[in-house]
Design a protein around this ligand. Structure first.
Ligand code: C5P
Length: 208
């Protein structure tokens, strides 16, 4: 039988990362958080002082992300904001495409989460989830996450930031955040992480 490939897409702080990790554990599959790739490009740019407004600089930054994949600074809002800018460049998306496709094509199957997994990276995925949550709830979660990580920020700033990021991710020409026609919608607004994972498993099972 073909390998199990699960695509998990959705906006920032929707719960897609937690769900993707939980699904990977549940089904014993390798997991790729594709947002980390774009964050690593942003961090690489920041570290060498490259201009995020230059597509060429962003493309160069793609070349040395390998040693940044576990950097704690990847999680910061600053890096996330720049990631959402550089991810709009077609050259950057192309530079990161092959390794994502390869991961999705692995014989053992895979879970990938991001913005364009079900639409661009793995259009033939076994199951596609589109995870969302109300913007206030997403802001609250991101706020709690960052506070716990020792990066205090104002809730209002997070809200403004998330709205800007949503607009950029959905409004860009290159692989915008878009629910695939055959994706299953999962709104986690009123769910605990455990409830969201249980519902995600239930939805995936409908495609097996
Ligand atoms: O999911 P995360 O917040 O870590 O992603 C950071 C940024 O990377 C997003 O705002 C989005 O612009 C970009 N991204 C993307 N395509 C993906 C994953 C992330 O454009 N598959």
């Amino acid at each position: 039988s073909p390998s199990l490939v699960i695509a998990v897409d959705g906006p920032a702080a929707s719960g897609k990362g937690t769900i993707a990790r939980g699904l990977a554990r549940h089904y014993g599959l390798p997991h790729l958080d594709t947002g980390k790739l774009y964050r690593a490009v942003a961090l690489s740019l920041l570290r060498w002082g490259g201009d995020p407004d230059s597509e060429f600089a962003a493309l160069r930054a793609c070349e040395d992300i390998a040693n940044l994949m576990d950097d704690p600074e990847l999680k910061s809002e600053m890096v996330g904001g720049i990631a959402s800018r550089v991810s709009a460049y077609p050259a950057v998306r192309v530079a990161l495409l092959e390794r994502q496709r390869e991961f999705a094509g692995s014989e053992q199957g895979a879970v990938l989460d991001g913005r364009d997994i079900g639409t661009v990276i793995a259009p033939d995925a076994t199951a596609k989830l589109f995870v969302t949550a109300a913007i206030d709830e997403r802001a609250r979660r991101r706020h709690a996450e960052l506070t716990t990580a020792g990066l205090p920020v104002h809730l209002e700033d997070i809200l403004i930031d998330l709205k800007a990021r949503d607009e950029r991710d959905a409004g860009r020409d290159a692989a915008p955040l878009l629910m695939a026609d055959d994706a299953l919608l999962l709104d986690t607004s009123a769910m605990s992480p455990a409830e969201a994972l249980a519902e995600a498993i239930r939805l995936v099972e409908t495609r097996l």
